[in-house]
Structures are given as structure tokens and as C-alpha cells.
Design a protein around this ligand. Structure first.
Ligand code: ADP
Length: 388
């Protein structure tokens, strides 16, 4: 071979060598990256398993048949069974009968993709037959093509006990307060009757004031009792068939007689029959009417309407009062919420009225809502299903 040819061959081999080295380095770097990803994955899997195992919150992973395929020690401690006893079983086997159907339906909805997740409070039964209340959160996820459910169970037995004590406390206090209040009311009415025969106006006006204050106290106590019943799920409405237009007319008539200064108008009142708790619905109407009167000027009218919309009856109570800001509308149906402007108003209660109204209406398969503009007035409406 000539010298030139040798040099040429040498250059070619050198360049080939360089390309091979580059390719080798690139392959090495890809391999290193892969290894790093795998290492990170392994690390995060190990971290998940450690957190899952060591967490003080109970966790479980379930398959499509609701069977528990992975659980942690906290779940075993919560239920008082061993891992072996629990794995492969269904959580509903440890659930208080009152919650089984509701929990099952939520799971069904989760599997049918009607819900991405759900939350509920339920009572479980431990191995030693004691009860444990839990806040349960479940999400659906996919793992290598398989649909699974991931659930956390937080022990809220202490909170539930406190709530029960609070309800008992409110109910005892309210009963204790009701009896003397009833006596005060009858004595004030007796006194008023006595002073009505006399000329002196001063004691009569004072007694009327006293009567009004006793009425507001009685309403506050009734609201407290109702709110605590709602919270503990003991609202238990009565169910009877009644005429909603008749009920509305009689309440409006009553208000016209007692609040003589106000123009209370009843519009569009077609005959509509409803099935539900007439007494509780009258409480809602009275509450909304009282608010409309309270929060609007004497010289403005209050309109009450009843309409039929598809299979619902809709009652609206409209005032031209001070209205409610958008910000307050979002919170107005919450417990103990009072609009800022109302805080100094001696007439206003504890912010329980609308919360109670909403719960009563919800309890009878209806809805309560409000449209309002600050300075212009408010329209509170509720719907109830009409019996077919
Ligand atoms: P309360 O029992 O204290 O009156 P409610 O739950 O009935 O409480 O009402 C909550 C708040 O909503 C009150 O603070 C009141 O200011 C406001 N509100 C209710 N009804 C009306 C209305 N018709 N117009 C303006 N504000 C209203």
C-alpha cells in the first residue's frame, strides 16, 4: 500500500472511531438517565409504601369487587383485626347497618364513573363490637389497566361524641328556658289585660315591649332546637297531603292582621296540592316573610307569589328592601351567618333562620334560592315537588 493510501485509511479509521465513541457516550448517557428514572421511581414507590404502611391514618386499596387488596397497620388498629383477617374482605362487612346501602351506592357511582371521588361519615363496628365513627374519602385510579379505589379513614369518634354532648346541652338548656319563658309570657299578657283597663299609657307600652322581647327569645330558642335537630339528622318531617295555596293564603292573612302597617300582596295562586310537612313549610314561609318585613321600609309592598313550573310548585317572597350583596349571598344560608350591615341590628337573630329554611326545604325534596341586588330588594324563592 502506498503511503498516501495508508494515511487515508488511518483518517477513515480515526473518524469511525470518533463516531463510535460519540455513539457509545450517547448510549451511556441514555442508560444513565434510564437508571436514574428507575431509581427515582423505585425510591418514590418505596416512599409511598413507607408512608402507606407507617401512616397513622388508615388506608385501603380495593379492587372492582370492593375487596381490600392492600391495607395498612392503622386500618388493622382501627378495626381491631389482623392484616390476614382483613385482606380479601369487603369494608361493608365492618360497617354499621345504617350506612351499608349509602356507602355501597357511592361505590357503585364511583365504579360507573358517575363520581371521581366521594366523602362520607359512617359508623364502623370493631372486632370487640364497639363503634368507631370515620370520615371516609375514596378516589378511583388506574394502575396498569386495572381500576382500583384508594380510601382513607379518619377516626372522628371524639368529634361525634362532642357533637352529641353539644346537642344534648342545647336541648336541655332550651327545655329549661322554655318553661319560665312561657310563664313570663302569660304574666305579661295578664298584666297587659289589667293595665288596658287603666288610663296610663306608659305601663301598657312597656308591657308590649316586654311581650315582643319574649317572642324574640322564644323564636331564638326554637331556632336553636331546630338547628341542633338538623345537625344530628333528627328533623323527621311529618308527611301529609295539603293545599299549598291554602296554606300560603292563611299565612298571608295572619301577617296582614298582625303587621297592619305593611302592604302584603298575594299574586298568582293556582290550586296546588303538596305532600310533606305542612307545619315545617309554614315555618319557612313565616321566616321569609318576617325577613322581608324586617329588611325593607314600611312604605314598600311585599309580594308573595305561587306558580307551577313543570312538576314543581314555586313560592317567591319579594321585597324592595336593602338587598344583599353578592358576597353575602354566597354565605347567607350558612349556620350563624349574618350580613355585616345586620350585625348591629337589634332586630336580627342568630343567623339561623335561612339555614333552617334551607334544610327544611331540602328535607322535602325542594330547593331554596335568592336573587337580590343591594339597595333594590330581594326575592327569596323555594320549590317543592307537586304530587302527581
Ligand atoms: P336571622 O335569623 O339572624 O335573621 P337569617 O338566616 O334569617 O338570620 O338571615 C341571615 C342574614 O340574611 C341576616 O343577617 C339578614 O341581614 C339577611 N337577610 C335575610 N333576609 C333578607 C332580606 N329579605 N333582605 C335583606 N337581607 C336579608
Amino acid at each position: 500500500m502506498e503511503n498516501n493510501e495508508l494515511e487515508e485509511e488511518n483518517r477513515r479509521l480515526k473518524s469511525e472511531n470518533e463516531s463510535l465513541t460519540t455513539a457509545y457516550n450517547e448510549a451511556l448517557s441514555i442508560l444513565e438517565k434510564r437508571l436514574k428514572i428507575e431509581e427515582d421511581l423505585k425510591e418514590s414507590q418505596e416512599r409511598f409504601v413507607t408512608v402507606f404502611k407507617q401512616s397513622t391514618v388508615a388506608y385501603k386499596i380495593i379492587d372492582l369487587d370492593f375487596k381490600m387488596v392492600q391495607i395498612n397497620q392503622a386500618l388493622c388498629d382501627l378495626l381491631g383485626y389482623s392484616q390476614e383477617e382483613i385482606l380479601g374482605t369487603v369494608i361493608l362487612e365492618y360497617t354499621h347497618p345504617n350506612f351499608i346501602k349509602y356507602w355501597y351506592d357511592l361505590h357503585e357511582a364511583l365504579w360507573k364513573q358517575e363520581l371521581p371521588s366521594f366523602q362520607l361519615e359512617a359508623c364502623l363496628i370493631r372486632k370487640d363490637k364497639t363503634e368507631v365513627w370515620c370520615l371516609i374519602n375514596t378516589i378511583r385510579f388506574k394502575d396498569r389497566g386495572e381500576t382500583l379505589g384508594y380510601t382513607s379513614l379518619v377516626d372522628i369518634t371524639g368529634r361525634k361524641q362532642l357533637e352529641r354532648h353539644k346537642d344534648e346541652f342545647i336541648s336541655t338548656i332550651s327545655h329549661e328556658l322554655k318553661t319560665p319563658l312561657t310563664s313570663i309570657k302569660s304574666y305579661s299578657q295578664l298584666l297587659l289585660r289589667y293595665f288596658n283597663r287603666l288610663e296610663d299609657e306608659k305601663p301598657k307600652s312597656m308591657l308590649r315591649q316586654l311581650d315582643l322581647k319574649v317572642n324574640s327569645l322564644t323564636t331564638l330558642i326554637k331556632d336553636l332546637v331546630l338547628a341542633s335537630k338538623i345537625d344530628s339528622g333528627k328533623l323527621s318531617p311529618r308527611s301529609e297531603e295539603y293545599s299549598l295555596d291554602g296554606l300560603l293564603a292563611s299565612i298571608v292573612e295572619e301577617f296582614r292582621e298582625t303587621v297592619t302597617r305593611r302592604d302584603i300582596q298575594l299574586h298568582n295562586s293556582p290550586a296546588i296540592r303538596i305532600k310533606g310537612d305542612k307545619f315545617k313549610i309554614s315555618q319557612v314561609i313565616e321566616n321569609l316573610l318576617t325577613n322581608a318585613i324586617k329588611f325593607s321600609n314600611e312604605d314598600t309592598p311585599i309580594k308573595v307569589t305561587l306558580q307551577r313550573h313543570e312538576s314543581d310548585a314555586i313560592v317567591c317572597i319579594e321585597d324592595q328592601g336593602r338587598g344583599i350583596s353578592q358576597e353575602s349571598i354566597e354565605n347567607i344560608f350558612e349556620r350563624f351567618y349574618k350580613v355585616k350591615e345586620a350585625e348591629s341590628n337589634l332586630e336580627s337573630g342568630m343567623g339561623l333562620g335561612l339555614y333552617i329554611c334551607q334544610e327544611i326545604v331540602k328535607n322535602q325534596q325542594g330547593k331554596l334560592w335568592v336573587n337580590s341586588e343591594l339597595g333594590k330588594g330581594s326575592v327569596f324563592c323555594f320549590s317543592l315537588p307537586i304530587i302527581s
